[in-house]
Design a protein. Sequence first.
Length: 234
Amino acid sequence: MPATIKTLRPLFWSAEQGIDYSATPLLLNDLLPAVGQATSAFFDNQERLVPGQPLQLIWCPPVSDLNGWDEQPSEIGQSQLLQVNVIGPALAPSRPMHPIHQGLQQYPLEVLACEPLLPALRAQREDPGAWQLQSVGTAHGSHLSWDRLRGCRRAEVQGLTYLTGSGGGESMMELILEVTDDAVFGLLSVHLDPGGHFHDLGRRRLLGDELRAIRQALKTAATLKDSQPCYLAI
């Protein structure tokens, strides 16, 4: 996966898409952005996107799109990895903005490719330099954000492990891991804080302090469960 293309996880939910989100069940294929067609998504105001810019986007089903994977961890298995191009400037609202879209900008996108997220993560080649866990500097030195977590939780999804927790300064961290008896591989690292949202893809074997911090987090994490009954049909 090209390291030069930015990876983001925008909000796709919009009442303007003509989808009856109250229907049960919802068909996954009816929700997915169609390859070769235009769609749109809502990005944080800090993201200054320009027409022609390629992006790699993580698409999530409605509950996790609105509330995060930690609310409906099974939906990690239905999440998708999109390749898109930005095809225009930010759109002016055509009607009063829904409260959930406050502080976001809607951009039009052309969908070039769509594939299930977890198989795409598994297929990555090992790259020790793909990313690093975030460090925090203090007057007494630095430490990994994962060393000082609050509310660490985990879920097993299709043979992989989702791990999440809150750090200091309104930060939130997520990892998708491949855990074996002998090793822990990070496949996706997410760090969210007021300074920005960072989504780093790449297969890395965790070593040293990173391995120690993540093994401890896995050991103490509470088990996550879906907050809502299944409503998706594949």
